[in-house]
Write a protein that binds this ligand. Structure first.
Ligand code: NAD
Length: 422
C-alpha cells in the first residue's frame, strides 16, 4: 500500500501520528466510526495560567490537559513545559500514550498536558507558581482513577511533588494522582532511569534477534536529558561505545567513545551544556545525524529525522525512537528504502509509563517495591511487548511501527466495543 505523502520539516506530532494511524487502521479494517473515536480526543481542557513574575509583572501562559482515550483505564501521560506545547502537539502526544499503554498492556488510557513556557527562563519560584496555577485549573479532570500526570520535557520529579501537594490540598493526601514523584513522597525506585532502561531492554532484544552488536557496538544519541543521559550511562555500563551526544546548544563527538560517566555528571547532574565538557570534538547538531554507527537514537524532539534536513545522510543500522515522533512519515519511508529499521516510540520509550504504572500500584497498595523487583518487572513487560511486535512484523511483512499500531489499535477498539457504546 502506498504511504500517504506528507512532507513538512516542521510536521508536528499530531500529523505524524495521524498518518501512522491511517496505515495500520487500513490493515486491520477498522470501522469508520471507530477511526473517528480513536483519532479525536475524549476531552480537551484549555486553561490560562496567570503568574506574578519576579519582576512584579503578571504573565499569562496557555496550558492544556488533553485526554485522548480512557477505554482501557484512567488516562495517563506527562506534562510538558515547552514554548511549542500547543493543542495540536499535546493531542498528538496524548494519542501516542493511548497506543503505548495498550501495546504494553497496562490498564491505562492516554493523555498529555502542557504549558507553553520555556522553563529555562523561569526562576524556581516562578516555575513552582506556573505548576501550581496550572494544576489547580486542570485538577477537576485529574485523579487516581481519572487522569494521572507524569514528567515530560521541561518537568521533573520536583514538579510532580508540587502537583501532588496542590492536588492534595483540596482532596486530601493522594499520592496516586501523579507519578514520577520523588521517592520520599511515594515515588518508585527506578522511575528516573526507567525510560532509558526500557530503551536499552528493547535494544538488547533486537540485538539478539538481528545480530546488531550492543556490547562494543556504536551509538549516537540526540538529547542528553532524562532519557538520553540515563540511556547513555546504562549502555556505557554494558560496554557500548557512545560516539556522540547532543543537547539544545550543540553536540560532542569522539570516535573512540565519549567518557560517559564524567559527561553524565557534568551535563545531567550539574546541568551544564555538553559542549562545555572537557573531552571529545565539538560538532554541530546537524553533523550528528551523518555519523556512521550501529544505533542512532533521537531522544529529544519530534520530527527531527525528515526528508529536508537529514534522512538521506543517515548512516546507522537501526533507528531507535527514544523521543516521541522523532521520524516524519517521509523520513520513515526514506529510512525503509535504505534498509534501516525504525523501532517506534511507543514501544521503545514505554519504560517510563510502565514504571509509572508500578508507582501507581505501589501508591494504591501502600506497598513499596525493591529496585530489583521494578527492573525485573520492567524487563518482563518490555520484552513481552517487543516479541508481540516482532512476531507481527515477520507474519504480516510490515514495518515495526505499523505492527505496533496494529496491536495497539486492535486492543483499544476492542475495549471501546466491549464497553458497549459503539
Ligand atoms: P529532557 O527535557 O529531560 O531532555 C531533553 C534533551 O533534549 C535535553 O538535553 C535538551 O537540551 C535536548 N534538546 C532539546 N532540543 C534539542 C535540539 N534541537 N537538538 C539537540 N538536543 C535538544 O526531556 P526527556 O524527558 O529526556 O524527553 C526527551 C524525549 O523523550 C521527549 O520526546 C519526550 O516526550 C520523550 N519521552 C520521555 C519520557 C520520560 O520518561 N522522560 C518517556 C517517554 C518519552
Amino acid at each position: 500500500m502506498a504511504e500517504r505523502q506528507v512532507s513538512r520539516t516542521t510536521m508536528g506530532t499530531r500529523a505524524i501520528t495521524k498518518n501512522q494511524f491511517d496505515l495500520a487502521a487500513d490493515l486491520i479494517d477498522l470501522q469508520k466510526h471507530m477511526r473517528r473515536i480513536l483519532t479525536m480526543p475524549f476531552r480537551t481542557v484549555a486553561v490560562e495560567v496567570p503568574v506574578r513574575m519576579d519582576s512584579g509583572e503578571i504573565e499569562v501562559f496557555r496550558g492544556y490537559r488533553i485526554q485522548h482515550n480512557g477505554a482501557r483505564g484512567p488516562c495517563k501521560g506527562g506534562i510538558r513545559f515547552h514554548p511549542d506545547a500547543d493543542e495540536e502537539e499535546i493531542l498528538g502526544l496524548a494519542t501516542i500514550m493511548t497506543w503505548k499503554t495498550a501495546l504494553l498492556d497496562i490498564p491505562f488510557g492516554g493523555a498529555k498536558g502542557g504549558v507553553q513556557v520555556n522553563p529555562r527562563n523561569l526562576s524556581t519560584r516562578e516555575y513552582e507558581a506556573v505548576t501550581r496555577v496550572f494544576t489547580s485549573r486542570v485538577s477537576i479532570v485529574l485523579g487516581p482513577y481519572r487522569d494521572i500526570p507524569a514528567p515530560d520535557m521541561g518537568t521533573n520529579a520536583q514538579v510532580m511533588a508540587w502537583i501532588l501537594d496542590e492536588y492534595s490540598k483540596r482532596r486530601g493526601y493522594t499520592p496516586a494522582v501523579v507519578t514520577g514523584k520523588p521517592v520520599a513522597l511515594g515515588g518508585s525506585l527506578g522511575r528516573d532511569e526507567a525510560t532509558g532502561r526500557g530503551v536499552m531492554y528493547i535494544m538488547q532484544e533486537f540485538s539478539n534477534d538481528f545480530n546488531i552488536p550492543l556490547k562494543n557496538g556504536t551509538v549516537v544519541i540526540q538529547g542528553f536529558g532524562n532519557v538520553g543521559a540515563h540511556l547513555a550511562r546504562l549502555l556505557h555500563e554494558h560496554g557500548t561505545k557512545i560516539l556522540a551526544v547532543s543537547d539544545v546548544d550543540g553536540a560532542l563527538y569522539d570516535k573512540q567513545g565519549l567518557d560517559i560517566p564524567n559527561l553524565f555528571q557534568h551535563a545531567y547532574v550539574e546541568r551544564k551544556p555538553v559542549q562545555e565538557f572537557d573531552g571529545g570534538d565539538r560538532i554541530t547538531n546537524n553533523e550528528l545525524w551523518s555519523i556512521a554507527c550501529d544505533w542512532l537514537i533521537p531522544a529529544a524532539l519530534g520530527g527531527v529525522i525528515n526528508k529536508e534536513t537529514n534522512a538521506e545522510s543517515i548512516a546507522c543500522r537501526v533507528v531507535v525512537e527514544a523521543a516521541n515522533s522523532p521520524v516524519t512519515p517521509i523520513g520513515d519511508k526514506m529510512l525503509a528504502e535504505h534498509g534501516i529499521p525504525v523501532l517506534p516510540d511507543f514501544l521503545a520509550n514505554a519504560g517510563g509509563v510502565v514504571v509509572s504504572y508500578f508507582e501507581w500500584t505501589q501508591n494504591l497498595q501502600q506497598l513499596p517495591w525493591s529496585l530489583d523487583q521494578v527492573n525485573r518487572e520492567l524487563l518482563t513487560r518490555m520484552t513481552r511487548a517487543y516479541r508481540t511486535v516482532r512476531d507481527i512484523v515477520s507474519e504480516r511483512k510490515v514495518s515495526w511501527r505499523t505492527a505496533a499500531y496494529m496491536i495497539a489499535l486492535d486492543k483499544v477498539a476492542e475495549a471501546e466495543r466491549l464497553r458497549g457504546n459503539h
